[in-house]
Write a protein of this length. Structure first.
Length: 503
């Protein structure tokens, strides 16, 4: 018998000919509140292990939780942006299970009374087709701690020498956004999954409630997938691939599970309802634990927290804070900046759209702002191993550099040096210009002297220019630019060279 964990994979095209995939997605979003969901501990990412904990988030006897109001507001704003209804009354529950990274042995979550229900999100695929994904619920809960498995080859507990636990993340506010089953995706199921998570990520980022850094775990996706025989109308047994942490991996996880489950079914074996883990290097999934049902978690109302009953006035006030939807904003920006579809896609893929927009808002022309962020600054981010928005330069500072170039105080070469200085922490663009002495030399006196010196050093080139071979002026211009450390105005230098050789 073929083992269910290692079936012969079925060709993807054959899978979609013979099976209907049923897709569902659960996305966990860490909120960027300053403190945790039920206590006053800070939530900063990357702190020393176990330094952001207290009796409440460690679940010590006698400690009592208090709900974070900002987290509740963020949850409602997410729900409203997803076209959900905000529940007039709800409460938290205890979800009971044992994990080493859950020090209380239960997770405070919402079970049958979530904060937001019955919404939808329209998702655009690469060819422009719009798929409406229906949202079942968005509910509040707290995150777990983090396990670090030391030794072994995979970073997983299997094969590790020992494990370390960091409880800093335990208690960080989470919103879990659960879709209804997404029918009819067929061969495009992997693409739909990726497009949905991409669109949701853009929406949550626009709300300003999370940095949605999948690489740091502040946004994670669980992929639920089942297969049923084509046009049978039945539902297959689903698996849940946990904590997929990149957009590309979401797509790959769906595709692999479709080919794997088809292989299991072809072998005559049943699909096991279980959690699975996605392996980044191989693009495969492997079995985790048998999937529990809600009864296994023994939910019961949290006795230490009062119910949440947001007044209608509060909900409507928050509705008024929603930003322009990302897809509509992109269309407006594309029209305002006269961008082609390809240019807009490059901006979005580079995660540069917001930075360019902020630079334009600070006074820079859109073309120059785009050029800087997508080319030179993207190169600097890649070399430093950071994202664009982590670079030590603000849109306002870049707009000032662009202004200095437009005013003739810097040329492009000097402008890059100024940007490098800002990135190196040398201060504002004006501070860098003054500190490094980078202003363009615009006084004709020093330029004429430099031109005469270059002509005298290369008399054969000077003779060519005087005989009408104007192209030879480039050698003199280059010499002057070198002598002035690139601070001369090249166009003005060329004019002076031709003037000095015309007499």
């Amino acid at each position: 018998m073929t083992l269910a964990n290692s079936p012969t994979l079925v060709d993807y095209d054959e899978v979609v000919e013979r099976f209907d995939p049923m897709l569902g997605l659960e996305v966990h979003v860490e909120l960027n509140t300053r403190t945790k969901m039920f206590c006053g501990c800070p939530t900063a990412f990357g702190a020393e292990p176990n330094t952001q904990v207290c009796p409440t988030c460690l679940g010590l006897p006698g400690s009592l939780p208090v709900v974070n109001r900002v987290a509740v507001e963020s949850a409602m704003r997410i729900g409203l942006a997803l076209n959900c209804s905000i529940a007039p009354w709800g409460r938290f529950a205890r979800k009971n299970y044992f994990y080493p990274d859950m020090p209380k042995n239960f997770q405070t979550s919402q079970y049958d009374e979530p904060i937001a229900v019955n919404g939808w999100l329209d998702v655009a695929l690469d060819d422009g087709e719009i798929v409406r994904v229906e949202i079942e619920r968005a509910h509040m809960e707290e995150d777990t701690g983090k396990s670090l498995h030391v030794g072994g080859q995979t970073g997983r507990i299997h094969g590790a020498d020992y494990s370390l636990l960091d409880y800093n993340r335990a208690g960080v506010p989470l919103i879990e956004i659960v879709t209804k089953m997404i029918p009819g995706t067929g061969a495009r199921a992997p693409e739909v999954a990726r497009a949905y998570v991409t669109t949701l990520r853009e929406l949550v980022k626009a709300l300003g409630v999370s940095d949605v850094r999948m690489d740091q775990g502040s946004m994670r996706c669980d992929v639920n997938l089942s297969l049923s025989p084509r046009d049978s109308g039945t539902l297959g047994t689903r698996t849940e691939t946990k904590n997929v942490n990149s957009l590309r991996s979401v797509e790959r996880a769906v595709r692999f599970e479709m080919t794997r489950q088809a292989g299991v079914l072809d072998a005559g074996d049943p699909i096991v309802q279980e959690t699975r883990h996605f392996e980044e290097q191989s693009g495969t999934t492997r079995a985790g634990r048998r999937k529990e049902t809600s009864e296994d978690y023994r939910y019961f109302p949290e006795p230490d927290l009062v119910p949440i009953a947001p007044p209608v006035e509060w909900v409507e006030e928050l509705r008024g804070t929603l930003p322009e939807p990302p897809r509509e904003r992109r269309k407006r920006i594309q029209a305002d900046w006269s961008l082609s579809d390809e240019e807009l896609r490059d901006l979005v893929n580079a995660d540069a759209l917001d930075l360019v927009a902020a630079t334009v808002a600070a006074g820079a022309p859109s073309q120059e702002a785009r050029s800087w962020w997508v080319s030179y600054l993207s190169q600097q981010a890649n070399s430093q191993g950071v994202t664009l928005d982590e670079l030590a330069i603000t849109p306002e500072q870049l707009a000032r550099v662009i202004e200095l170039v437009a005013g003739g105080e810097l040329n492009n070469k000097l402008a890059r040096q100024v940007v490098d200085g800002v990135l190196a922490g040398e201060g504002s663009p004006d501070d860098v210009v003054a500190g490094r002495g980078l202003a363009v030399v615009s006084d004709d006196g020093p330029l004429i002297a430099a031109v005469d010196e270059a002509l005298a050093a290369q008399p054969e080139v000077a003779d060519k220019i005087r005989s009408g071979k104007i192209a030879a002026a480039g050698a003199i211009v280059g010499a002057v630019m070198k002598a002035t450390r690139g601070q001369a105005d090249a166009q003005r230098v060329r004019e002076l060279v031709l003037q000095r050789c015309s007499g």
